[in-house]
Design a protein around this ligand. Sequence first.
Ligand SMILES: Nc1ncnc2c1ncn2[C@@H]1O[C@H](COP(=O)(O)OP(=O)(O)O)[C@@H](O)[C@H]1O
Ligand SMILES: [Mg+2]
Length: 239
Amino acid sequence: MPMLEATGISKAFGGLAAVSKVDISVNEGEILGLIGPNGAGKTTLFNLISGAIQMDSGTAVFEGKRISGMKPYQICRLGIGRSFQAAKNFDGMPVHQNVLMGALFGKKGQSAANASKIVDEVLDFVNLNELRDKMVHDIPLASQKRLEVARALATRPKLLLLDEMMAGLNPSEVGEAMELVTKIRDSGITIIMIEHVMKAIMKICDRIVVLHHGAKIAEGAPQEIAANKTVIEVYLGEC
Ligand SMILES: Nc1ncnc2c1ncn2[C@@H]1O[C@H](COP(=O)(O)OP(=O)(O)O)[C@@H](O)[C@H]1O
Ligand SMILES: [Mg+2]
């Protein structure tokens, strides 16, 4: 049984079908890539899975429990964490307090001692310890992106949804981000990642799902997707 199985999920905004009857599933231990042109519905799909917005139709089941209809904090507590495309770091706070927000959001009745232990572990894991006392607006973009991931990790997810964590990074920073994603997976966390950096997607994903105009147009191993005519036509041709 897949860890997450979403079936027939749809969401329209006014007359626009942002996500249209999409089936998507991820198996425990996988890195699943989610690609497609801008406006394809990728972020909306994450918003639907994480409960930020409600689906018009369809169901999502995580580890055997139906999560469609649940609130974001309930879905987070079941073990789905997410990072945001437009980083939602708290600018007026130091780095370590941002991670603390994740630790507190993740668990009910989290003790201060335990939360601060999680903060230390996560900062260490993503290599941000040296910047822990800096304010968010004083750290470079690549570190802000890492912090976005750190806050999600502090909720202690089993499944992590990463939304364009590599956007705006230079090639060496992309390399470091790829190492981080692999390290997260190796620590036992399943991943769905939205990304436009094809080199990274093709290299680290086990499987890829392609969205176009809200619909799933292809699914398969990286090499199958890279050779898929429709995908090349609507998306890869422009990369
Ligand atoms: N809250 C919203 N209200 C209205 N339209 C939205 C909203 N969120 C997304 N959309 C629209 O839905 C479509 C899919 O957007 P999005 O999921 O952000 O695409 P992607 O992440 O693939 O670039 C776009 O046309 C976008 O303008
Ligand atoms: Mg998006």
